[in-house]
Ligand binder design. Structure first.
Ligand SMILES: [Zn+2]
Length: 198
């Protein structure tokens, strides 16, 4: 019954609001760190991958991308970058869940709204947006939207060799790369995005 719910007093509100702000700050710091370490050196990037338990892609995969005409960043391969984002997302979701539970127990409804806003406006789109940003930055001359445009024409420069080949007809919705015949998994070999989502 709503009259049993204690009103959120100001101190209460401020303390939870601070926690939401801290969470956002932490999130932005981590994203900034990932962005910067992906631009340092291969050694630094691999060191970072080790800390988050992501296995770097092998030379074969890099060569495959090159052969297909995809830009291959010297440091962070797109699927490695996405794997790191997935780990950050899981970590952040846990922190959000913990804080949300704490707020629910305290009937901190207004601050719960702030938290949900952060989730729907940033966190839910983080992997897609951040990967897109990275792919854009990896190829200065061709933007992701150009790839989308290319993907819809028969002259898709990323799969010119394979046009007409049935096994190459599936394209990644994130980066536009064609699915390779050798792909063992239902994930894009280039950026790691699942090719079939439900
Ligand atoms: Zn992809």
């Amino acid at each position: 019954m709503f009259w049993n719910t204690p009103e959120e007093d100001n101190d209460h509100y401020e303390s939870y609001k601070q926690k939401v702000i801290q969470l956002k700050t932490k999130f932005h710091e981590e994203i900034d760190y990932i962005r910067s370490v992906a631009q340092t050196t291969v050694a630094n990037w691999h060191e970072y991958l080790k800390t988050v338990e992501v296995t770097p892609v092998g030379e074969t995969q890099r060569k495959q991308a090159q052969d297909t005409g995809l830009p291959v960043p010297k440091i962070a391969f797109p699927s490695e970058y996405r794997a790191v984002l997935v780990i950050l997302d899981i970590k952040m979701q846990h922190l959000v869940d913990d804080l949300a539970n704490e707020m629910r127990k305290a009937n901190a409804n207004k601050t719960l709204d702030l938290l949900e806003e952060f989730v729907s406006e940033y966190l839910d789109r983080m992997i897609v947006d951040e990967l897109k940003r990275y792919l854009d930055a990896s190829k200065p001359k061709i933007s992701v939207s150009d790839i989308f445009a290319n993907a819809s024409t028969s002259l898709n420069k990323y799969s010119t060799k394979e046009v007409g080949d049935k096994s190459y007809s599936i394209k990644c919705s994130s980066c536009g790369a064609a699915r390779l015949e050798e792909d063992q998994y239902d994930e894009c070999f280039y950026c790691g995005t699942p090719l079939f989502s439900n």
